[in-house]
Design a protein around this ligand. Structure first.
Ligand code: CA
Length: 303
C-alpha cells in the first residue's frame, strides 16, 4: 500500500512517534526508515519497505466529503476536452472544469446541451497525480441520473498504465435510458498491449434496483446509493448499498490472461459522459450526477 504524504503529516507523525512507540509494540521501522504515517494507527500496520510508509489496516487513507464551495484541487484534477475519439469510446461530450460544482456538501457534475457552441459538455474528475493506491475498500455515495444518453461512472485506472493490459476497474457504470435508471453495473477489464480487440476481455455484472431494495424507489437516480469494491490481492468484490453483488479472481479469466490487479498504484475517476448513441428527444438538459462523498480505506488484514 502506498499513498502520497504531505510533509506536515510526516513531521506530525515523527513528533508523535515516541507516544506511539510507548503504546504499541509494532511496527518497528525497517532499517533506514524514519517516516511513519500512522498518527492513528492501532495494532496492525502495512509496512512498505521501499517507501518506509506505514498504514493502519482499515485506516481511512482518502476521503472527500465535498465541503466548501469548490472542488478540492489538492485531491482532484480534470480531464478537459474530447480526448481521442471521445475518450476512446466515441463519447459526445466536451469535458470542462466548469461543469463540476460543489455546494452544501455535494459535488455535482452537470451535463449541458448547446453550451457556448458545444453540443454537449460535462466533467470528468480524477485523483491522477494527487492520490493513488492499491487494494482496500473504495466507496462513493452517488445519486446518478435518468435519461437516455447519460453514462455516469465511478472507476479506477493505474497511474501511468497502458490500456487494457494494465487493467481497468469499473466500480459503477450506468447506461441511462428513457425513464428510470434501474440497472447498475460494474466490470474489470484486461487484455494485451498494444490494444488488440480480439484479446480484450472483461468480466461484469448487471443488477436491477429491484433486486437490491424493497423500497418503491425504482431508479438509482432517485436517491444516493453506495457503490463499492473491496479489493485484495487476487480478488475484487463489488457491493451496492452494502450488499455483495459480484466477485472476480484470476480464475474468472482464461489462464492465458495476466491478472493486472496486483500491480501499479491506481487513481479514482468520476465522470458523466454522453454515450455515442446520444440522448433522446425527451432527455432533459441540464442533468447531473451528485456525489456526497468518496472514501478509500486501507486493506483489512486478519492480522
Ligand atoms: Ca458530502
Amino acid at each position: 500500500m502506498r499513498f502520497n504524504l504531505s510533509k506536515t503529516s510526516i513531521i506530525a507523525a515523527i513528533i508523535t512517534l515516541p507516544l506511539l512507540w510507548g503504546s504499541c509494540d509494532e511496527p518497528v521501522a525497517p532499517t533506514g526508515c524514519t517516516d511513519i504515517t500512522a498518527s492513528n494507527y492501532a495494532d496492525w500496520a502495512v509496512i512498505d519497505d521501499e517507501s518506509c510508509e506505514y498504514t493502519e489496516s482499515g485506516a481511512l487513507i482518502f476521503v472527500d466529503n465535498f465541503e466548501g464551495s469548490s472542488l478540492d484541487n489538492s485531491k482532484w484534477t480534470h480531464d478537459i476536452g474530447t480526448g481521442n475519439w471521445g475518450w476512446g469510446n466515441g463519447e459526445l461530450q466536451y469535458y470542462k472544469a466548469q461543469n463540476t460544482t460543489v455546494s452544501e456538501g455535494i459535488a455535482k457534475i452537470t451535463a449541458k446541451k448547446n453550451d457556448n457552441g458545444l453540443n454537449y459538455t460535462s466533467s470528468k474528475i480524477k485523483t491522477d497525480g494527487k492520490f493513488s493506491f492499491r487494494y482496500g475498500k473504495v466507496q462513493a455515495s452517488i445519486k446518478t441520473v435518468n435519461g437516455k444518453g447519460f453514462w455516469p461512472a465511478f472507476w479506477l485506472l493505474p497511474s501511468g498504465g497502458n490500456w487494457p493490459c494494465d487493467g481497468e476497474i469499473d466500480i459503477m457504470e450506468q447506461w441511462a435510458k428513457d425513464g428510470n435508471t434501474n440497472v447498475t453495473t460494474g466490470a474489470a477489464h484486461l487484455g494485451e498491449c498494444p490494444y488488440n480487440e480480439s484479446t480484450r476481455k472483461y468480466k461484469n455484472f448487471e443488477r436491477n434496483i429491484s433486486s437490491l431494495s424493497n423500497e418503491t424507489d425504482q431508479s438509482f437516480a432517485n436517491d444516493f446509493h453506495i457503490y463499492e469494491i473491496r479489493w485484495e490481492p487476487n480478488k475484487i468484490d463489488w457491493y451496492v448499498d452494502n450488499q455483495h453483488v459480484y466477485q472476480i479472481t484470476p480464475n474468472s479469466f482464461p489462464s492465458k490472461y495476466t491478472w493486472p490487479f496486483n500491480s501499479n498504484d491506481w487513481y479514482i475517476i468520476l465522470n458523466l459522459a454522453i454515450d455515442r448513441n446520444g440522448p433522446s428527444a425527451i432527455t432533459e438538459f441540464p442533468s447531473q450526477m451528485e456525489i456526497d462523498w468518496v472514501r478509500v480505506y486501507a486493506l483489512e488484514h486478519d492480522n
